[in-house]
Design a protein around this ligand. Structure first.
Ligand SMILES: Cc1ncc(C[n+]2csc(CCOP(=O)(O)OP(=O)(O)O)c2C)c(N)n1
Ligand SMILES: [Mg+2]
Length: 603
């Protein structure tokens, strides 16, 4: 067999059914072989970044490695953002790049870039294949590494001459990798210790993240919560790990998370001004005395000032990746383990010796906090006095569509069952706030890297993997524009993913920081046409239609519900451009590196 054929055969054996691949000189051999595959669907994105984000959408929706491919040089470097994205969010991804022939490497050959070197800090592992006889083994290893332990991206760089060499391949049955031991299991002694801490705790809180979802431990978590009655706050990556409408859910925590989740972890702290003008922090009610941090990494968007995060609680941190322990936050009980094993085993031990403690006072306090500061929004003075009202609404305050409202309506009309992808910005935070998840793998969002442009291609990948689900990209006008070319992929490949753009004509999240910290001075955050502010710019409806993708614009509240319904009913990809005021801020808001005492929220 020729190298290119071995690559495709090895991918088939790895169970690959879809590859997002954009060809070029250094990868066209592999495309030739792909045309002959009966098992692999090759989807041509319109930009390699769209391809890698689509592969991530596929992976995030299924847990199976997403696969993408690009040619050497510019094709390969266009994958870099997606590889970094997969790295920060622990997404299993196999990214294949063509490379110039072996003999040309290091000579600044046409379209040569050192893909191995460029991606070295952002991969879980990488290969530069130099021998055709290594292809089959390396592809087995790549999928094994990407999908086991803490998942992540693996890059395989394949020079063109290797693709053209011939050999008799040996396909290994499974991987054999000395020194890679992804199975980690906590021993009973440390888990018993955790249970002893729980039995003593008066104000325990679970802080759980993406690790629960990638570790397929959601069911075990639910059983653990039933047995312990410990309230659960998730990270953004952990949304859906525990049903968000469950009475013990604290939704998600962090910079724009629920006030009650942040209070439960840190205590209700308030800054008060003293008569002499100085400020003091008042401790209104204490937070967790025991924090169970499972499958999380104490990201700064969660912790704010990390030294003050859960300052007075004992912290247990369980993670499969030992390098996460004591990295961002030193804890009293660091435990290396597959979280599913740890939860299963603790559930068994709890069955033998059920807990007596039920912490009624703590549950009452949390109920008070939930009542005191739920996620909510209202029509503010800022909206009423905004340019948006003058330019587009003719003063009709009752017809203005607030972004939160549009998401709530989408939730209602999909019964909360859709798979949601997002761009990055205000709309992303509102999507997570107003579309509570019932299940794992329901909210697919670029959390760690925060890559604008993620939403629509990720929705395509998710829809390919889950054709029977509604897949809807809740996007921003800035983010959507960054991979707008993928409308072509959606139409030509017949992938009916939908985009609901919350179009505020601004880089809303940056604008929010300008409003809060820069006296509202605009530094290149307006996306409309400054010469003609009354016009919505660009015209996404016309853009979509030029790709033969049906589209509609909604400006008034009365039109919103039927328009969302038409989008949902369509069997084609669809763009719904919902025009919203730019004056809304995402609340609550704990400014970067601050504490819950400085949380801004609407009381
Ligand atoms: C690729 C990339 N460039 C820049 C940023 C910085 N950034 C974060 S949010 C944001 C604004 C996003 O605007 P939009 O997509 O319209 O969403 P909105 O906040 O208005 O809802 C920007 C520029 C980013 N996260 N990603
Ligand atoms: Mg915007």
């Amino acid at each position: 067999m020729q190298g290119n054929e071995i690559i495709v055969a090895a991918l088939e054996r790895a169970g690959v059914d879809t590859i997002f691949a954009y060809p070029g000189g250094a990868s066209m051999e592999i495309h030739q072989a792909l045309t002959r595959s009966k098992r692999i669907r090759t989807i041509l994105p319109r930009h390699e970044q769209g391809g890698v984000f689509a592969a991530e959408g596929y992976a995030r929706a299924t847990g199976k490695a997403g696969v993408c491919m690009a040619t050497s040089g510019p094709g390969a470097t266009n994958l870099v953002t997606g590889i970094a994205d997969a790295s920060l969010d622990s997404v299993p991804l196999v990214a294949i790049s063509g490379q110039v022939p072996h003999s040309m490497i290091g000579r600044n050959a046409f379209q040569e870039t050192d893909m191995f070197g460029i991606t070295l800090p952002i991969v879980k592992h990488s290969y530069l294949i130099t021998d055709v006889n290594d292809i089959a083994r390396i592809i087995v290893e790549a999928f094994h590494i990407a999908q086991t332990g803490r998942p992540g991206p693996v890059v395989i760089d394949i020079p063109k001459n290797v693709q053209q060499q011939r050999t008799v391949p040996v396909f290994p049955k499974g991987p054999s990798l000395r020194g890679y031991n992804p199975e980690q299991r906590a021993d009973d002694a440390s888990l018993e210790q955790v249970l002893a801490l729980i039995a003593k705790a008066e104000r325990p809180v679970l802080y759980v993240g993406g690790g629960i979802i990638t570790g397929n431990a959601s069911q075990e978590l639910c059983a653990f919560v039933e047995a312990t009655q410990i309230p659960v706050a998730t990270t953004l990556m952990g949304c859906g790990a525990f049903p968000e409408l469950h009475p013990l859910s604290l939704r998600w925590l962090g910079m724009h998370g629920a006030a009650f989740a942040n209070w439960a972890v840190n205590g209700e702290l308030r800054k008060e001004k003293l008569s002499d003008g100085s400020e003091q922090v008042v401790n209104v009610a204490p937070g967790a005395d025991l924090l169970l941090a499972f499958g999380v990494r104490f990201d700064d968007r969660v912790t704010g000032n990390v030294a003050k995060f859960c300052e007075h609680g004992t912290i247990v941190h369980i993670d499969i990746d030992a390098s996460e322990l004591n990295k961002n936050k030193p804890v009293q009980y660091p435990i290396v383990s597959d979280i599913r094993h740890a939860l299963r085993r603790m559930n068994e031990l709890l069955k033998q010796r059920p807990l007596r403690q039920r912490c009624p006072a703590w549950h009452q306090q949390i109920a008070r906090w939930k009542e005191q500061a739920p996620f909510h929004y209202r029509l503010t003075e800022e909206v009423l006095k905004s340019q948006h009202m003058r330019d587009h609404m003719n003063g009709r305050a009752d017809e203005v569509v607030l972004p939160q409202m549009a998401i709530q309506m989408l939730y209602e009309l999909t019964q909360g069952d859709a798979i949601i992808t997002t761009g990055v910005g205000q709309h992303q935070m509102w999507a997570a706030q107003y579309y509570p998840c019932k299940h794992p793998r329901q909210l697919l969002t670029s959390a760690g890297l925060g890559s604008m442009g993620f939403g629509f291609p990720a929705a395509l990948g998710a829809k390919v993997a889950r054709p029977n689900r509604h897949v809807i990209d809740i996007d921003g006008d800035g983010s959507f524009l960054m991979n707008v070319q993928e409308l072509a992929t959606a139409h030509i490949e017949g992938i009916p993913a939908k985009a609901m753009i919350l179009n505020n004509q601004h880089l809303g999240m940056v604008m929010q920081w300008e409003d809060r910290f820069y006296a509202g001075r605009r530094g290149h955050t307006y996306l409309g046409d400054p010469e003609n502010k009354k016009q919505i710019y660009p015209d996404f409806v016309a853009v979509a239609q030029s790709f033969n993708v049906p589209a509609e614009r909604v400006m008034f509240k009365r039109d919103l519900r039927p328009a969302i319904q038409r989008m949902l009913d369509s069997d084609q990809p669809y763009v719904l451009d919902v025009i919203t005021p730019y004056t809304e801020h995402v609340l609550p808001f704990i400014p970067a590196n601050r504490t819950v005492a400085e949380m801004i929220y609407d009381e």
